[in-house]
Design a protein around this ligand. Structure first.
Ligand code: ADP
Length: 436
């Protein structure tokens, strides 16, 4: 659970705890007022407030406003509490009233809800309100019958609130610290990304410019074969540039949550074969495709799924030797279709296997590394697959290669979420025999 969520839950739980205390305090004071009041004359306003406060206290115990922001509920409750207490004091004798103790309970509750600083300010506010009531009422002898039990009750309530408050403050500090750390880490990664992407964009551009300048200068001297080689280079590099720009656009669109999914029934075998025809030339490795058993059509956004596959295939190629083949295996497990991208390259250590899916993360982010890339491809691939209610998993061993498995439900509209937790996968995930 994230720290922010814990804090929201914490506030909800504190508010519920306060609701029970409120009910207890209101009931206790009502009994006190009705039985111990020296005059035994209970005016209509006091009785009306007793009914309203009783109902309100009951409602807050059962009220569970999940849809409201957790910080709105305590504020609403606090304001209502204070208003009710003020009218109640006025109606039951002002300075003489036993209900002035409610302000202490309310002040303690505020500390529980919002911490010490706000709690102290609210207590001062409550004190002022109480003084106002005393002034309006004209004052009188202090109320005499406050039983020992009342003191004990309020002390217990106060201590409970203080304990709650201390825990609340500690939790808020932890949440703030975690958020700062996350932001700092994201800032570091973003800075690395800017430096990487500018380098990555410049490299293919330099090649394209070099090739076109050479062509223009030597127009008459080059034969068709040489011209073709240079044009192919330009085509390869501009396709690479296009993909990188598409990745940056995807990241921005995913961040804003603005991707429109165009679902259609699609045969993944055909989709993969088309993709392979398109990329065949640009990938030096031999690509071996296999489909086991009958594979049902799946409902997906073809363009987005292709992009996810393309990123995984690019990685399999980038991080393995041109001499080692890459396998793409298509299988069906129940209502899900799996596509495995298996390379026999450098592999990924156990500590890195989750982090590589983080945005901007690269195991080797130095500008001198061999493989091109900007650290966003896997993040995009996983997000795109998750939009289809699928997932990507990796099994890898350093030096032995990697297997990236994309799991897609046949129909994202009907898949129960738990089916996506694939329990184990067909073994062996890594072909340790390193078939060549
Ligand atoms: P990049 O653009 O750097 O490839 P990705 O998000 O696609 O970014 O991948 C993040 C990192 O994960 C890569 O920089 C690399 O270190 C590691 N990685 C991804 N795929 C593989 C693979 N098939 N084999 C080894 N390492 C990989």
């Amino acid at each position: 659970m994230s720290p922010a969520l814990s804090l929201a839950d914490r506030l909800r739980r504190t508010e519920r705890f306060i609701s029970f205390i409120r009910l207890g305090v209101v009931s206790f004071n009502t009994v006190m007022y009705l039985t111990l009041s020296p005059t035994r004359e209970h005016n209509a306003l006091a009785m009306a407030i007793i009914v309203i406060a009783g109902l309100y206290a009951l409602v807050t115990v059962f009220w569970n406003p999940e849809q409201l922001s957790p910080s709105v509920v305590p504020v609403v409750n606090m304001v209502l509490d204070n208003v009710l207490i003020a009218i109640w004091l006025y109606a039951t004798g002002g300075y003489d009233s036993p209900f002035f103790m409610l302000f202490y309970a309310e002040a303690a509750a505020t500390v529980g809800r919002f911490g010490w600083k706000f709690g102290t300010a609210a207590a001062a506010g409550s004190g002022l309100l109480y003084l106002t009531v005393v002034l309006v009422d004209g004052g009188g002898p202090p109320y005499q019958v406050i039983s020992r039990f009342a003191y004990i009750f309020f002390i217990v309530a106060f201590v409970a609130y203080v304990v709650e408050a201390a825990r609340h403050v500690e939790l808020a500090a932890m949440a703030a610290e975690a958020t700062t750390e996350t932001y700092e880490e994201l800032g570091r990664l973003k800075a690395a990304f800017v430096s990487t992407i500018s380098h990555e964009l410049r490299t293919p551009l330099t090649t394209i410019r070099g090739a076109t300048t050479t062509l223009l200068k030597n127009e008459d001297r080059f034969d068709t074969e040489q011209v073709r080689t240079l044009l192919e280079m330009v085509e390869r590099q501009s396709a690479h540039l296009g993909r990188m720009i598409q990745d940056v656009i995807d990241i921005a669109t995913l961040e804003q949550g603005e991707i429109d999914l165009l679902f259609d029934w699609c045969n993944l075998e055909e989709l993969l074969k088309e993709e392979l025809k398109r990329v065949g030339e640009t990938i030096p490795q031999e690509i071996r495709f296999s489909a086991t058993g009958g594979i049902d059509e799946i409902k997906c956004d073809k363009a987005l799924v292709s992009r996810a596959f393309r990123n995984l295939l690019d990685n399999a190629s980038k991080f393995s030797s041109p001499k080692d083949p890459i396998d793409i295996e298509l299988t069906q497990v129940g209502e899900q279709v799996c596509v495995d991208f298996v390379d026999r390259g450098i592999g990924i250590g156990p500590n890195e296997q989750e982090r590589i899916f983080d945005r901007f993360y690269q195991i080797d982010s130095s500008l001198t590394r061999k493989a091109q890339g900007s650290g966003i491809g896997l993040n995009i691939a996983r997000e795109l697959v998750r939009l289809h209610r699928g997932d990507i998993r990796v099994t890898s061993a350093e030096g032995d290669g990697s297997r990236f498995r994309v799991v897609l439900p046949k129909d994202p509209d009907v898949v129960p979420a738990k089916v996506l937790q694939l329990s184990g996968s067909p073994e062996p995930l890594i072909d340790r025999a390193r078939a060549r």
